[in-house]
Write a protein that binds this ligand. Structure first.
Ligand SMILES: [Zn+2]
Length: 714
């Protein structure tokens, strides 16, 4: 069977000497599991027997469920909800193409397509299949990505895997309305399963979904006053609000808005946290009193990375109910605050496990990457603010692929922008264990193993959004919200519309969109112009179009006929961004570039169909860049080649940059962790060298935030 072990045999050299660096297991103390137990709510994450198997007699709905997305139109917000700027097209309307389709196929051929075969927590004994195994968040997490992955690829094998969980969930709803394993009544894992059900319904039209959600929400509305949200559910209530609004828009039952208000009332006030932000420093275990009994549970949850990633959508989603403009725009304040105090060059905020400051050797958890992306997708649709699309691309094209092996059989829990070693050495994390930046099956803790699957498929599903007024389809238009190769089939103003987007973006700057309505059709097409894209050129059938300021949307309204060709040329000059200690990162378009350190992959242990890996550096990495800040494009040479099927892989980079650099002998690593970049500007007496930078995601050992040499600092 194909798996990571075979595909990475060539990394094994040197393992005999390097494996001696492995710490004894007794030193692996302060893990995520330990952190949860310190807070007194680990119990739900463990396996809880339910007293025998429930028979899975549910009859599959595959045969009866029709594929509906091509004829459905988007569902808009129903009064009295506020309007979105843009709406999601029914899931399945957009299919990945080109490199993005290859990337989803890599994911499906990797651990995502086999996780249930090799990891018991989502295997045949899962509580979400009626078994006695893991019965909390891991089944729903897995489904939240497996469902869109399976249907976007139209992969029968993956659909069948997902269908078993869906059928068990729908067929075992209790008379009261509760869903999920009876071994626990925690609201949180149900919040995730509701997200799964909404996606599944859009993909299949399965008639069981809406009645089941209706019954569950009725039950919860009655139950919440005496059994309120707590712990994770209290801090992640906004994710349930999305599903409540989804159902309200389809059924219009006013009591669902009562439930929305009750969730808001019981849920944590994220908007207030960011209006007067107190967590401006690296959060320490001492600050959270993690070593004193149960610790400060609320403080821990309020500074928890994944919670904050999920929280970013709170203002926009709640604003649909509250109607308050300040709620709607609070997302921009949240992002700027996180950037200011905890921002990293890969687009993330640091969180390992808690907010961790701006040092580029701090980590970001994979769950927080995919949750931040999901928050941005909804925030972008609600606000229609182009900067949210810029950030979404920055995460999708850098932080997301940067934390997986090329074959997506192994991932990290924490990734670092300056990541000079992935090993069991002492680590700089706030509270995570020493396995956190290993590549493996479930380094540190298995939440990311279950949760990462949603990243790519949900990104693919929001490449195009729908614009238009709340009630009428007569004003519908199309929005290219983020860019990647894809194909779209939908009904626009009553006419079938087929759109093809071909591009090597984000590696290349040209995007071609061919518009094919079944009959000539007038509608506006909006195109996001990223903030970095000053000087963008747009043509329609070769005719130049007016282009607005970067950081907004171009709008082309015309009578479209089949074969009309929109071509966008984004300027792709390299530029610098500034980070901790006045360090610099080199960027080009939405890609961040890194110096790829030589890598030696050393297998720590086999893990069923995959394995856990340490990665040790084989080359120096302590470079300062010698780039003219005033005209960086003049000192950076760009080499573009074709975009292959695995564009984020180590082995073929569609774009490479050559820059001048000098070694800094005083910049060192301690215990496998790079010290903070020395305050720039710096001086070096070492000879000038030319080094190659590659996309962040391709370099699994990397320097991304560099000091700058004094002689050329502007
Ligand atoms: Zn995680």
């Amino acid at each position: 069977m194909y798996h990571a072990r075979e595909s990475r045999d060539d990394y094994d050299s040197g393992s005999l000497t390097l494996e001696s660096r492995v710490l004894p297991s007794s030193k692996i103390s302060l893990t995520r599991r330990h952190f949860l137990s310190q807070l007194g709510f680990y119990g739900l994450a463990s396996s809880i027997p339910v007293g025998g198997l429930l028979s899975a007699h549910g009859k599959s709905s595959l045969a009866s469920a029709q594929t509906t997305h091509e004829t459905q139109s988007a569902v808009r917000n129903r009064a009295p909800l506020a309007s979105n700027a843009f709406y999601f097209l029914p899931l399945g309307s957009i299919r990945p193409g080109g490199w993005l389709k290859s990337q989803l196929q890599i994911q499906a051929s990797g651990l995502s397509g086999h996780l249930d075969e090799t990891w018991a927590d989502v295997g045949p004994d899962s509580g979400w299949l009626g078994g006695g195994g893991e019965s909390w968040e891991r089944g729903p997490y897995f489904l939240d990505g497996l469902v869109p992955l399976a249907w976007l690829l139209d992969d029968a094998r993956l659909k069948a895997k997902a269908q078993r969980f869906i059928d068990w969930t729908l067929d075992h709803q209790t008379a009261s309305g509760m869903i999920g394993p009876l071994s626990n009544d925690d609201w949180w894992p149900r919040i995730v399963m509701l997200k799964v059900l909404t996606q599944y319904q859009e993909l299949t039209g399965d008639p069981r979904v809406i009645p089941a959600m209706n019954k569950y929400f009725q039950y919860q509305l009655a139950e919440l006053p005496r059994r309120p949200l707590r712990d994770w559910g209290r801090f992640r209530w906004q994710d349930e609000l999305l599903s409540v609004i989804w159902l309200y828009n389809r059924t219009g039952q006013a009591w669902l808005l009562d439930l929305a208000r009750l969730l808001h009332k019981q849920g944590y006030n994220w908007i207030a946290q960011y209006a007067d932000f107190q967590f401006t420093q690296r959060i320490t275990a001492e600050y959270l009193k993690l070593n004193e009994g149960n610790g400060l549970k609320d403080l821990s949850l309020a500074t928890h990375g994944v919670n904050n990633g999920q929280a970013i959508k709170t203002g926009p989603v709640w604003s649909l109910v509250s109607g308050v403009e300040a709620d709607r725009s609070s997302v921009l304040k949240m992002i700027s605050v996180l950037d200011k105090y905890h921002g990293l060059p890969n687009g993330m905020f640091s969180c390992d496990e808690h907010l961790a400051g701006p040092d580029p050797s701090q980590g970001s958890e994979l769950c927080s990457v995919v949750e931040y992306m999901f928050s941005l997708e909804h925030s972008l649709a609600i606000l229609g603010d182009a900067s949210l699309g810029d950030r979404l691309e920055r995460l999708a094209f850098n932080a997301l692929p940067g934390t997986f092996t090329d074959d997506m059989w192994a991932h990290q829990y924490n990734q670092e922008p300056n990541q000079v070693e992935c090993s069991l050495h002492h680590k700089p994390w706030v509270s995570d264990g020493p396995e956190s930046n290993l590549f493996g099956l479930e380094p540190n803790f298995g939440c990311c193993t279950a949760n990462y699957h949603q990243g790519w498929p949900k990104f693919a599903a929001c490449l195009f959004l729908l614009s238009g007024a709340q009630e009428a389809t007569a004003h519908d238009g199309l929005v290219a919200a983020v860019y990647a190769p894809c194909e779209l089939r939908t009904v626009m103003r009553g006419t079938h519309l087929h759109v093809v987007e071909e591009t090597g973006y984000p590696f290349h700057g040209s995007v071609r969109i061919v518009v094919n309505p079944a009959l000539p059709l007038s509608f506006p097409l909006q195109l996001r112009i990223p903030a970095w894209a000053v000087g963008t050129i747009i043509t329609v059938n070769g005719q130049p179009q007016p282009v607005p300021e970067a950081g907004s949307f171009a709008r082309i309204e015309r009578l479209w006929t089949s074969g009309d060709r929109v071509e966008i040329n984004f300027p792709m000059s390299p530029y610098l961004s500034h980070w901790s200690n006045n360090s610099v990162a080199v960027e080009r378009g939405p890609l961040v570039f890194s110096y790829g350190i030589g890598e030696s992959w050393v297998k720590l242990r086999d893990r069923g169909m995959t394995a856990d890996w340490q990665v040790f550096p084989t080359t120096a990495w302590n470079y300062a860049l010698q780039i003219d800040s005033d005209a960086p494009e003049k000192s950076i040479a760009v080499t573009e080649t074709e975009v292959g099927e695995a564009p984020f892989s180590t082995r073929h980079n569609p774009v490479r940059l050559s820059v001048r650099a000098r070694k800094l002998n005083d910049w060192r690593a301690e215990d496998g962790v790079a010290n903070p970049p020395p305050q720039s500007p710096v001086t070096s007496d070492q000879p000038e060298e030319t080094i190659t930078l590659i996309p962040y995601a391709a370099a699994k050992l990397r320097i991304t935030a560099f000091p700058q040499c004094r002689n050329l600092v502007g």
